[in-house]
Design a protein around this ligand. Structure first.
Ligand code: GLY
Length: 388
């Protein structure tokens, strides 16, 4: 039989973005519920966990860079706070990143990235191929040069997700372990959700943080439905036997024939190789072609990977948005806030998202650093406004 439970804040989605929002909301004294069949699951179970504000800089994304850097700066304290609270090691590794070029096209691309990084005031150093191999002896002899970025680190997203669940539990967040079936709107205000077990979950404020699923929750009026789409990423996990350690001492990445490939070495011996980027709707099949391309490109970069056991293949869905940036804060529907659309940067943006969403829940406004990411930038009125 259905019943109603009411909280100050109801978060739809228990991925890392929903969890950090719930945790920070509960720390502010809000009674908070998360509705998700599997809290801590989702894209974080697939993601490599690169904190790559500098090496993943793209033309046209300078506004997003500001938010990415703000979140990267928060990471040391954020990770320390979570570890102290939960006693869990997050695999946060301040190891830096090396982005390398394998041919003259790749080198020209990296040179352009270096120029953009310098224009943006970021720290990165151009290295010759020989210097790249001095840093990482497992690199292919043909490496033509690279960018050393000592500020781009990594974290293990699976551990992060587990720690956020534990932190939420300690802070008194209630988990309702089912799907949200529809948003309930009462008198033009988001009032809660009806869960798939029939429970009506009422709330003063509702945060939609359902990753790539955020764009299709029934009950959301069309004009506030977030323009979020799934972008598939296939990722491999290999294991570095102790006798080969240290195989790589930092994240190594490259663009090979136009596709990104990265190798993220964990202290545990796990080596994550990612990622494809495919616009295929809701498909999460691991394909022979995807695995082949990742292994082929990773092998060109680091030939020794063919010796390593391949322990896992998996695909996840990035929540893509029209400008590759997240949608954060209040919407045009009273009581409904968004925390979604983080696309390639969900793990990196976790700390700043938690802070921005807690601020928005408490004050009704986004903090200055998060204002450009209001969902209202995609409203019909904003999209029809022409620049003067
Ligand atoms: N940020 C890495 C990826 O989205 O593949």
């Amino acid at each position: 039989m259905s019943r109603t439970r009411t909280s100050d804040v109801l978060v739809i989605g228990g991925g890392i973005i929903g969890l950090v929002t719930a945790w920070r909301a509960a720390q502010r004294g809000f009674t908070t519920t998360v509705v998700d069949p599997d809290p801590g699951g989702g894209a974080a179970q697939v993601a490599a966990g690169m904190l790559a504000a500098v090496t993943e800089l793209h033309y046209g994304e300078q506004t997003l860079l500001g938010l990415n850097l703000a979140s990267a700066r928060r990471y040391p304290d954020f990770a320390a706070e979570l570890t102290e609270l939960t006693g869990r090691d997050l695999g946060y590794r301040r190891c830096g990143t090396l982005a390398v070029a394998l041919d003259s096209d790749d080198r020209a691309h990296l040179r352009e990235l270096h120029t953009l990084q310098r224009q943006s005031g970021l720290d990165s150093e151009w290295l010759s191929g020989r210097d790249c191999r001095r840093l990482e002896p497992m690199l292919a002899p043909g490496v033509r040069g690279g960018l050393r970025v000592d500020g781009d680190h990594q974290i293990d997203p699976r551990r992060l997700a587990g720690a956020l669940v534990a932190a939420c539990e300690r802070a008194g967040v209630v988990f309702h372990r089912t799907w949200a079936e529809r948003l309930d709107v009462v008198r033009d205000r988001a009032a809660g959700v009806t869960a798939s077990d029939g429970t009506a979950l009422g709330a003063g404020q509702v945060v939609l943080a359902a990753g790539s699923l955020s764009g299709r929750l029934p009950g959301i009026p069309d004009h506030v439905l977030p323009p979020v789409r799934p972008v598939k990423g296939q990722v491999l996990r290999l294991t570095v036997p102790k006798r080969y350690a240290p195989f790589l001492s930092r994240t190594v990445r490259a663009v090979v024939r136009g596709s990104q490939v990265y190798l993220v070495p964990r202290e545990s011996g796990e080596l994550v190789v990612g990622a494809t980027s495919e616009e295929l709707g809701w498909d999460t099949t691991v394909t022979a072609g995807g695995v082949y391309e990742l292994l082929r490109d990773a092998h060109e970069l680091v030939p020794g990977i063919t010796e390593l056991p391949l322990t896992e293949t998996r695909a996840g869905l990035r929540p893509g948005s029209p400008d590759n940036a997240p949608l954060l804060g209040p919407t045009e529907l009273d009581g409904l806030l968004l925390a979604t659309g983080h696309y390639r940067n969900g793990v990196l943006l976790t700390p700043v998202t938690g802070d921005a969403m807690a601020h928005a829940l408490a004050t009704g406004e986004l903090p200055d650093e998060a204002r450009p990411f209001t969902p209202r930038r995609f409203s019909a009125a904003a999209l029809t406004e022409l620049p003067a």
